[in-house]
Every structure is written in C-alpha cells, then in structure tokens.
Design a protein around this ligand. Structure first.
Ligand code: NAD
Ligand code: TDX
Length: 342
C-alpha cells in the first residue's frame, strides 16, 4: 500500500499530441527509457503519417487515444487529466501543403487553438513544438543564423501555419498568462521518419533500386539534428525553460542536399551519379541555420549525436532492417509524388 502511494505521488501525467509520428514517437521512447516519473498518454488521429506499427512494441507502457486534436470535447478531457502537454501533432510535409493547405490550417492552427483554450481553462503546462521554417530562409553566404530574435517570414503553407500556431501560443501567454514554452528546431533525422521526407525517401529508393530524386539544383542547405537530440532539448526546456520563452534547437549540422545524398550513396555502395534531378519545389527555401546559443548557455544543453555520418549510417541500417514498417507507405507516397514530379 505504501509503495503504491509513493508511486502515484511521483508520477507526472504527460499528454503527447502526435505521439505516433516521427518525432513524437521517438520522444515517447526516450521518455519511457530515461524519465520513469512520466505516465504517458498519446493522442493521435492516425493520419497517413501515423503508422500503427510505430508504437506496437511499447503499447502496453502508454495510453493511446485515437482522436483528433481539433475535437473539443476529447481535448478538454485529456488536458484536464494531464499535468503537462507536449504538442507535436501537425501536418508536417511542405510538399503536401502545396497541394492542399486545408489539413494544415485545420490541424496546425485550429488544433493548436483548441489545445490553448483547454490549457487556459485547466491551467496546465504546455510545450509547443515548432520549426525553424517560421523564419523563412537564408542566403547561402549569410553569416547570420536564425535566433529567437529573427523576425517571422514563412514561405510555404506549412511554415505559415506553424508560424500562426507559434503566434497563438505567444498571444495566449501574454493575454491569459498560460504556462507555455516554444521550441523551433531544424531538420530532424533518425528512425521512424516517414518515407515522404528527404533522407528516408532516398534511402528507401535505393533499397528498391530506384534512383534518388533531388529537387532543383540540390544546393539547398538544411541544418540536420538527430531526433534524440531534439527531444533531449525538449525535456530540458520542460524541466528548466522559462515560461513564455522561445528556444531555438539546432546542432550545427548544415549540409547541402547534394552533400547528404552523396553520403547516402557512398554508404549504400552506389555510384556517385546514381540519382536524378527533378523539378524544384515551389517557393523552395534555400537555407536554414540555427543559432542555439540560448539553449546551450541558459539551459546547458549539448547534443549527443555530434557525428552526422555515424547517425546517418545508423539511420540507413534502421531502414534496411525495418522494411515491414515502411513498405506500404512507400507505395502510396511514390504514387502521390509521381502525380506532381517531372
Ligand atoms: P509527422 O508528420 O511524422 O507526425 C505527425 C503526427 O501527428 C502523426 O502521427 C499524425 O497522425 C498526427 N496528427 C496529424 N494531425 C493530427 C490531428 N489533427 N490530431 C491528432 N493527431 C494528428 O511529423 P514530425 O516530423 O514528427 O513532426 C512533429 C512536430 O515537429 C511537428 O509539429 C513539426 O512541425 C515539428 N518539427 C518537425 C521537424 C522535422 O524535421 N520533421 C523539425 C522541426 C519541427
Ligand atoms: O525527394 C526529395 N528531394 C529533395 O531534394 C525530397 C522529399 C526533398 N528534397 C529536398 C527539399 C528540401 O530542401 O530536401 C530538403 C529536405 O526536404 P524535406 O525532408 O521535405 O524537409 P523540409 O522541407 O526541409 O522540412 C523539414 O524540416 C523542417 C520537415 O519536413 C518539417 O516538418 C520541419 O518543420
């Protein structure tokens, strides 16, 4: 009886929205491994990006609720029942937002609004997950990087809905005093990433003996971070972040798409020319680069995965060893791409 009481006093109830997706599911795994004080509930409506296999092996360690974050009644109940809400759920792919922006407006803006209203009503702690794309893009030779002070200047329907959601969070902090923090992270890589995204798409193309597809010139630069480093920073912000503040998350991982592709080709024993250039993405952001000084100095964060090449090799192995996880999504994704790519 005594053990039971102390057990329950110790537990913190954490609601993870979008916990079946790439970053959210890795967050759940990391939390189960390193933070036994959290009791986790996931809400996810299982869009095309929520693969039911993702949490299969740990389903008994969490509570899973299949529901939409725009569902007022459910979100109110779940927020009321939890202490902390970590909000990952989003429509996350730029290319899709260029074809149909509505799901982005609905989930990223209206969904975040619903969560904010519930957080305000029940006075809960919120951490909102966002992206560096809200800041627009940089020239290749710009010595500056994105920081917490960079003005918002999103380019795509996706990034503009993420920017909208960030601004809603800021307004709810200022006007209603909700206890929220925001993080804006750069491009993540690692296991369980949907095959529509750049790195998994190229790896799985090669595994299917198809040529990788490079948009436009391939000069575009992304600032890569391992998903576990993103998530360790999120935990630190939840633990020690200042309410109302924004933290940039990045690990100095700038690489052009061409550079990343040539590493993948060489690690997978393919000739350097085994790829094709295809039409460019509309409004394609040229370069992202993060200055994470505030996170490092104020909160003492440091990334664990400092060797991108090693992280990339591990990611390639993961896709080689988990064909069952991605094969079905690969077919539907490539059909989708074939309708828009030339
Ligand atoms: P993802 O597309 O892999 O996962 C999103 C998850 O949210 C899916 O499981 C999906 O089913 C769920 N979802 C979507 N709409 C929902 C709704 N209305 N109700 C409930 N669940 C819903 O995305 P990801 O790459 O894991 O991104 C997670 C978060 O991190 C997003 O907010 C994204 O903007 C942000 N982010 C991503 C990156 C990146 O590199 N992938 C970088 C920075 C920030
Ligand atoms: O087949 C491809 N070929 C290609 O050259 C694909 C899918 C992408 N690209 C390019 C476009 C980008 O320059 O690779 C780069 C990365 O593309 P994505 O994986 O689609 O990511 P990006 O658009 O940079 O956005 C990602 O990082 C920020 C996530 O998808 C967002 O959710 C996050 O906010």
């Amino acid at each position: 009886m005594r053990i039971e009481l102390s057990y329950y006093r110790y537990m913190i109830r954490m609601l993870v929205t979008g916990g079946l997706g790439f970053i959210g599911s890795n967050f759940v795994r990391l939390t189960l491994k390193e933070r036994p004080e959290y009791e986790i509930t996931v809400i996810d409506n299982m869009t095309y990006a929520g693969n039911p296999r993702t949490l299969d092996d740990i389903k008994d360690s969490i509570t899973f609720v299949k529901a939409d974050i725009t569902d007022l009644e459910i979100i109110e109940k779940l927020v009321q029942d939890n202490d902390i809400i970590v909000h990952f759920a989003a429509e996350s792919h730029n290319d899709n937002s260029l074809e149909d922006a509505w799901p982005f407006i609905n989930t990223n803006i209206i969904g975040t609004f619903r969560i904010l209203e519930a957080v305000k009503k029940y006075e809960k702690r919120l951490h909102h997950i966002s992206t560096d794309e809200v800041y627009g893009d940089l020239e290749l030779d710009d010595p500056n990087k994105f920081s917490e002070k960079t003005p918002y200047n999103p380019s795509s329907p996706y990034s503009s809905t993420k920017a909208s959601s960030d601004l809603l969070v800021r307004a709810w902090v200022r006007s209603f005093g909700i206890k929220a923090t925001i993080s804006n992270c750069s491009n993540n890589y690692g296991p369980y990433q949907h095959v529509e995204k750049f790195i998994p798409r190229q790896i799985t193309n090669i595994l299917n003996n198809e040529k990788p597809k490079l948009y436009g010139s391939g000069e575009n630069v992304r600032d890569w971070i391992h998903v576990d480093d993103h998530n360790s920073a999120v935990h630190l912000i939840i633990d020690k972040g200042k309410i109302g503040e924004t933290y940039m998350i990045g690990a100095n991982g700038e690489k052009s798409n061409k550079e990343v592709l040539s590493l993948i080709l060489s690690f997978m024993n393919k000739k350097p020319g085994f790829y094709e250039h295809i039409n460019d993405r509309k409004g394609h952001d040229l370069r992202y680069a993060i200055d994470a000084t505030k996170l490092r100095t104020d909160l003492g964060w440091a990334p664990r995965y400092t060797n991108f090449e090693e992280g990339l090799k591990d990611t390639i192995s993961w896709y080689e060893n988990n064909r069952v996880w991605w094969e079905e999504d690969k077919k539907t994704t490539e059909i989708r791409y074939s309708k828009i790519e030339k």
